[in-house]
Design a protein around this ligand. Sequence first.
Ligand SMILES: [Zn+2]
Length: 113
Amino acid sequence: MAKLWQRLWPWLTVAAAAAALSLTLGCPVRQLTGLGCPLCGYSRALLRAAALDFPAAFRFHPLWPLPIPALALGAWLSRRRPGAEKWLLWGLLALFLAVWLLRLLSGDPVIHP
Ligand SMILES: [Zn+2]
């Protein structure tokens, strides 16, 4: 378990710092391009989920619950099949990009100002 935390804490620290920055300063991609990024709405979704407002959480980001089980699956895969977790990460990235594209094309107000 200690080894797992040694592998996870840098990623969790980066994720927490990115969430804190996006909540305080806003999305840098949106500020540069006028359009939201694949993670836009994610920190707001987590805040709504923490308040048990799950419909609002899904409106802010439909994939908000996914990284938590993916993290657990990645940790399990890294012990069972070393190297397989990178494919999980690529799949998660592809899914976030696909959902971002759908949100972009559908005029989602979280992505469009
Ligand atoms: Zn963003």
